[in-house]
Design a protein around this ligand. Structure first.
Ligand SMILES: [Zn+2]
Length: 125
């Protein structure tokens, strides 16, 4: 299958090795892409695991899983990478009522011991 992150690569050669823990994302963008794919699959375990440990308490695995399942994740667009630890993106999805939605976010990431983690996001528009 094509990778849900819209890289043009197949899933096995793109985000899957991150999801299975075979390797860690080398850049904030790669982590961001793999997290979008994890919503599409969905894989809430991975979403929680790639969230900064001190921020995990603000997320619930069940809610993440449900959010991933309820929506149909159609497209990811990387808009900008203003800093090494920031990625602006648009995630396109169809909600449970069949409406086209766009989630526009500027995400902040942090590297700890050579691993990138998602810190938080600022919603735009
Ligand atoms: Zn991918």
């Amino acid at each position: 299958m094509n990778c849900p992150c819209c890289s043009g690569k197949i899933y096995q050669e793109c985000c899957k090795p991150y999801h299975t823990g075979e390797k860690y994302a080398l850049t904030a963008e790669a982590l961001m892409r793999s997290r979008f794919s994890a919503f599409a699959i969905p894989n809430s375990e991975y979403l929680l695991e790639t969230t900064l440990p001190s921020k995990r308490k603000y997320h619930s695995k069940n809610a993440l899983q449900e959010w991933g399942e309820t929506n149909e994740w159609t497209k990811l667009e990387i808009i900008d990478k203003p800093f090494l630890n920031k990625v602006e993106f648009k995630a396109f999805y169809i909600d449970d009522e069949g409406h086209q939605q766009i989630h526009h976010e500027l995400s902040t990431f942090k590297m700890i011991q050579n691993r990138w983690f998602y810190v938080s996001g600022e919603f735009l528009e």
